[in-house]
Design a protein around this ligand. Sequence first.
Ligand SMILES: C[S@@+](CC[C@H](N)C(=O)[O-])C[C@H]1O[C@@H](n2cnc3c(N)ncnc32)[C@H](O)[C@@H]1O
Length: 260
Amino acid sequence: MGITGVSESGGESAERTYEAMAPVYDDFTAHHEYDLWTADLLKILERRGLHGSRLLDVACGTGKSFMEMLPRGWEVTACDISPAMLEQARAKAGDTVELAVADMLSLPEFGEFDLVWALDDAVNYLLSPAELERALAGMAANLAATGLLLFDVNALQAYRTFFSQTEVVERGGRRLVWRGLAAPDVPPSSICESRLEIGPDESLTHRQRHFSEAEVLEALRAAGLECLDVYGHGLDGIPRQPLDEATHTKALYVSRLAGV
Ligand SMILES: C[S@@+](CC[C@H](N)C(=O)[O-])C[C@H]1O[C@@H](n2cnc3c(N)ncnc32)[C@H](O)[C@@H]1O
């Protein structure tokens, strides 16, 4: 089963998690191939007419996604709820990127962007369809008239595997132990938790909600967005249609302002 009775917002829970995780985040995700993944993401966006060079990266973390866009000529504004994650991003990007602390539940209007994205399951830290709709409305308010919005969410299979298993990552002299606490048959739309042990006496909780395709499509509609494409992918990161929650680990949504 998933957990029930969560009393704090997704932002509050995620901020606590990532303030503690920031120093080890890049080690924990060292095997993620952001160069290949972002190249595939750009292909699906180009099929929908991606143009321009202004990117807003929402929940940018340590900057692993946006760093891939700088050599491609994109001007980047990026935000995250965790100041410690942004410090890591600043160390990578220096002054080449505008960085701001912001909760995606109350996203400021940073400008008009050709591309707004929120990557690597950042959106799953939102804990209800109402929070998802609020975050998407904030992203929509930052889109240029012909801009595109892209985000991914973990598919059900990710909660039934990664979030229900133990995984050990050893890197740079550190031993990180991920203990997924979800049941291997956790139902759709559940809130799931995992403990990440980052030191002998230190561990932190990742709390995420699964969003079904129907919930995401409804939240997009309510936020004034038109869904253009839904893709799914497995561990190879190659987007495929249709999304299959039973075999894909991620779902990708491409959208734009409704009525454009
Ligand atoms: C798995 S990391 C992904 C980071 C980055 N997007 C990437 O691709 O590497 C999730 C990030 O989402 C951020 N986050 C979670 N909830 C948030 C919220 N409500 N507002 C802003 N950032 C949030 C966390 O602080 C964390 O940096």
